[in-house]
Write a protein that binds this ligand. Structure first.
Ligand code: ZN
Length: 542
């Protein structure tokens, strides 16, 4: 028994004769009992037909409103404005002919529908007819199984052709007026969405085919089902001239008729205008939607750690100049390769707390980094497994080494970038001096504290950074004499200080600089990062 009320009768009648499928009619009657959608649609259709044939109790109260001709509406409006209640004489006069007309229409609708149970629905274009059943659930489950994901729950998402919104709007207008005349309102938001009904029917079936996995509303694993219907794509086109500002071309989209844009336009367009430009109810489609694609997507997993770089010819990220690759590898690729294969991910995004030049080593505890692994097919790793993965990375190359490798949350990653400018970094630089020096000539440097530098954007990065003067602080320095032309300079600085430029002066663009302090030309021969003082990710026991 369908949970329909007397007030639903005109909706059922109108939509049946408009060519809506049984489940779409349930949607427009705002029925939220999921089980009703799951029963075979032929059964629902028969029940709906029986429901409208059973007019005994309702005839007298329903007939006036159930024939919706313009003339009837006009006379009704007039009656309301002229006199609050219909005069009995007028009502008596109208009733017999309308009742006859209604009975005829009912009978005609039933006959028509008996022969056309397989007709493609004018609203859902067959999605709630052809695509809601075990064969489709099997197809979805097969796709999921073939991709070999590791998951224990999934969320089913549905992508529908945008014109479904236009058709839905048309049908809603088709019944709205009538419902309003009966003294109630049909809020568009109360109509059950096609998506919703589809999920109510399919979730259980898909779950069953996947051996009882739970199909839920929120999960890290999403199975997307995409429908298209080329034959009715042009349904949306009239909206572009009616609401041009809703349809701005965007770079990444193939069509301006996105679902979002169409929904926005439908909110703006006045009912009268819509009805002039689009048939109401919508025209009968000759074919069903097609199931374009079934896509599986797992949310990203984030892996963090610290890396050392022991090589002076390894860039942090692939180094490409004019489309040509300069170095055969990079820090991110060396770390990513074992992670991609272990997580069976489609790709990655690498980020780190600052970066070093290709010829700079990163020693000490290393530099914090995080890697977003895209669409991982496997996402759960124990501490021990992560430790093994770290070993795999470390064995794969002697140019880098990672530590503290761990899975982190997306939110935790922001800690790496937080207050980056305020953090301190320690370096060791090998310095060359033009004038010969003695041990005593450089010791005064050890006493310099909190030296503020004005650094114009270095010439070597000017092609990718805006010209600016930035103030940076060298907190402290220490020296280690090597020979009359060389010494080691240790520096503890504010993050973002350009060390090379501080040493050679960058043609006076960094002031003060080491040349000024030592009153001779100086240059930097080697640079090592000794520590990056960011306390994230948490250190793990070795
Ligand atoms: Zn339908």
């Amino acid at each position: 028994m369908l949970p329909l009320k007397e007030k639903d009768k005109p909706i059922v009648q109108k939509l049946l004769s408009a060519g809506c499928c049984a489940r779409c009619i349930l949607r427009f009657c705002c029925i939220r009992a999921q089980a009703v959608y799951r029963q075979p649609q032929q059964d629902t259709l028969r029940e709906l037909q029986a429901f409208i044939c059973n007019t005994e109790n309702s005839k007298s109260q329903d007939s006036a409103a159930s024939v919706s001709t313009e003339e009837n509406n006009k006379s009704h409006d007039a009656a309301v404005s002229e006199a609050p209640e219909d005069p009995p004489s007028k009502r008596a006069k109208l009733e017999p002919s309308e009742t006859d007309a209604q009975a005829e229409e009912d009978a005609a609708a039933v006959v028509k529908l008996r022969g056309e149970e397989s007709r493609v629905c004018v609203v859902c274009l067959g999605i709630l007819q052809e695509f809601c059943g075990t064969p489709q659930a099997v197809k979805i489950a097969e796709t999921v199984k073939a991709e070999n994901y590791e998951f224990d729950s999934l969320v089913l998402s549905v992508s529908l052709p945008a014109q479904l919104c236009v058709r839905e709007h048309s049908c809603w207008l088709h019944v709205k007026k009538e419902v309003r005349e009966k003294g109630s309102v049909l809020d568009k938001d109360d109509v059950i969405q096609v998506k919703e009904a589809f999920k109510w029917i399919m979730q259980g079936l898909v779950a069953k085919e996947l051996g009882g996995v739970s199909v839920v509303t929120r999960s890290a694993f999403e199975v997307g089902v995409e429908f298209t219907h080329e034959a009715t794509d042009s349904d949306c086109h009239f909206l572009a001239s009616a609401c041009p500002d809703c349809f701005k071309p965007t770079k990444n989209k193939q069509s301006v008729f996105t679902r979002m844009a169409v929904v926005k336009a439908l909110e703006k367009i006045p009912d009268a205008r819509f009805l002039r430009l689009y048939p109401c109810p919508p025209a009968q489609p000759s074919s069903c939607c097609s199931l374009q694609d079934i896509q599986c997507l797992h949310v990203s997993v984030f892996v963090a750690g610290r890396y050392n770089k022991f090589c002076r010819s390894l860039p942090q990220t692939p180094w490409v100049i004019d489309g040509e690759r300069r170095m055969e590898s990079s820090v991110e690729e060396l770390i990513a390769a074992p992670l991609l294969s272990a997580f069976r991910a489609d790709g990655f995004n690498f980020s780190s707390s600052g970066r070093e030049d290709v010829d700079v080593r990163t020693l000490g505890n290393g530099r914090p980094f995080a890697m977003e692994l895209l669409n991982p097919h496997k996402s759960r790793f124990s501490r021990v497994e992560m430790k093994q993965l770290q070993e795999t990375i470390n064995k794969s190359s002697d140019k880098i080494r990672v530590r503290d490798l761990q899975i982190v949350s997306r939110e935790a990653m922001s800690r790496m970038k937080e207050g980056e400018e305020e953090k301190t970094k320690s370096y060791t630089a090998l310095i060359w001096t033009q004038k010969p020096i003695q041990r005593e000539d450089i010791v005064f440097i050890d006493d310099i504290k909190e030296l503020t530098l004005d650094q114009k954007t270095p010439l070597r990065v000017l092609h990718r950074r805006a010209l600016a003067v930035r103030q940076r602080v060298i907190h402290s320095m220490n020296t280690r004499f090597l020979d009359p032309h060389h010494f080691y300079l240790g520096l503890k600085t504010q993050a973002g200080t350009y060390i090379k430029e501080f040493v050679h002066g960058d043609f006076g663009r960094t002031k003060p600089n080491l040349c000024q302090l030592l009153k001779t030309d100086t240059d930097i021969l080697e640079l090592d990062v000794e520590s990056v003082d960011v306390d994230w990710p948490p250190a793990l026991p070795e």
